[in-house]
Design a protein around this ligand. Structure first.
Ligand SMILES: *Cc1c(COP(=O)(O)O)cnc(C)c1O
Length: 357
């Protein structure tokens, strides 16, 4: 048996389920004329997963980090690569070298990209992000026109679109009103400058409810999707999207100790390993199982056990569970579903083995 079949902690990645989700979403959004950009940041630009997205009909891949984009390019993934975090000013040379398109909000940075592009003898494409209330990245709508005026004359820069991002920092819903407003902004810019923008990127996995209910998508012709492809849900209510798999990823861990012990620690209570003073519910004597996985491997609060057991807490290298009615013995495997934070952390952790099936 291959070592990675038997060693834990490991994350099992079902490429067939990811392909199914990507194709289903591509078809769904495509039915109203919206293209999908596949967002790979939560899987750290994993080339095997990126390959599946491309083979499922997604031709643009987006990531927040140049390292991830470089990794996908080096693996020979044939796609357009979009940098979706506003470029770090000291990285403009790298942005232009390794990405085709970037999302931008700062004129000084775009000027830097222009200088780098001219130096490298290439053209870099720009999508301007507009602030619509979520208060992470975005130009204020009132500043958009002046910025467009400045960037369309820059050498080495091609202005190809406008986008917005909601429901990430402020939890603001991409509703009908916000999407109509984005369309209006785009119409104004197109008329003012005599342009037709290739991309009007209306948002992310949180745009699902709007998409399903809207009668008119307006000018929106693209969405950037991560979580709904990988975890099969929208992100306003974390509702399952019909016909998608929610279990493409599973974390497998292993019991390293199992004993009947009290449910409340005894002795004088002080701070725990992370500076908190813990409180515990008295459940009497319980079967406490310790799993050989911890906060250095995964965001434990984002795990849901597939067995009827309760997570009591975790430290860097241990998760402690109440096994309840289940006879968990040393060496038994314990599997978990992951939310976005748990997926991000376990894909990022070098200690978690990635196993594809
Ligand atoms: C992460 C991110 C996305 C993807 O969000 P999901 O909720 O995973 O679909 C889209 N756009 C931007 C700018 C992002 O940072």
């Amino acid at each position: 048996m291959n070592v990675s079949d038997i060693v834990t902690p490991r994350i099992e990645i079902d490429l067939g389920k990811i392909a199914h989700n990507a194709k289903t979403l591509n078809k769904l959004y495509g039915s109203k004329g919206i293209s999908i950009t596949g967002v790979t940041k939560v899987v750290c630009g994993d080339p095997k997963i990126a390959d599946v997205l491309v083979k499922s009909g997604i031709s643009i891949l987006a990531d927040s980090r140049i390292d991830n984009i470089w990794k996908m390019r080096k693996a020979g993934i044939q796609a357009q690569f979009l940098l979706q975090r506003t470029p770090i000013p000291s990285q403009t040379e790298l942005v232009v070298r390794y990405t085709d398109v970037s999302l931008n909000t700062e004129l000084s940075v775009i000027k830097g990209l222009s200088r780098s592009a001219v130096k490298q003898g290439i053209t870099h494409k720009i999508i301007l992000m507009v602030e619509l209330g979520d208060l992470r990245e975005g130009l204020l709508p009132s500043d958009l026109e002046n910025t467009v005026k400045e960037i369309i004359i820059l050498k080495g820069i091609e202005f190809i679109g406008v986008g917005t991002n909601l429901a990430c920092f402020g939890g603001i819903e991409p509703d009908e009103e916000k999407m109509e407003y984005l369309s209006t902004i785009v119409k104004n810019i197109e008329e003012k400058f005599g342009l037709t923008l290739e991309f009007v990127s209306g948002g992310n996995s949180a745009n699902y409810s709007w998409f399903i209910s809207t009668k008119d998508i307006g000018k929106i012709n693209n969405l950037r999707l991560g979580e709904s492809i990988f975890l099969g849900c929208e992100t306003l209510y974390r509702k399952h999207i019909p016909n998608l798999f929610t279990d493409a990823f599973t974390l497998i861990t292993e019991v390293i100790e199992s004993k009947i012990k009290p449910s409340v620690p005894y002795g004088n209570v002080h701070q725990d390993a992370f500076g908190n003073t813990p409180k515990f519910q008295d459940r009497g004597q319980i079967r406490r199982a310790i799993l050989g996985v911890g906060l250095q491997d995964v965001l434990v609060s984002g795990l849901t056990p597939m067995l009827d057991i309760d997570i009591l807490g975790a430290s860097s290298d241990h998760i402690i569970v109440d096994a309840k009615q289940i006879e968990l013995n040393v060496g038994n495997g314990v599997s978990f579903n992951l939310n976005y934070g748990a997926l991000l952390s376990s894909m990022t952790s070098p200690y978690v083995i990635k196993k594809y099936k």
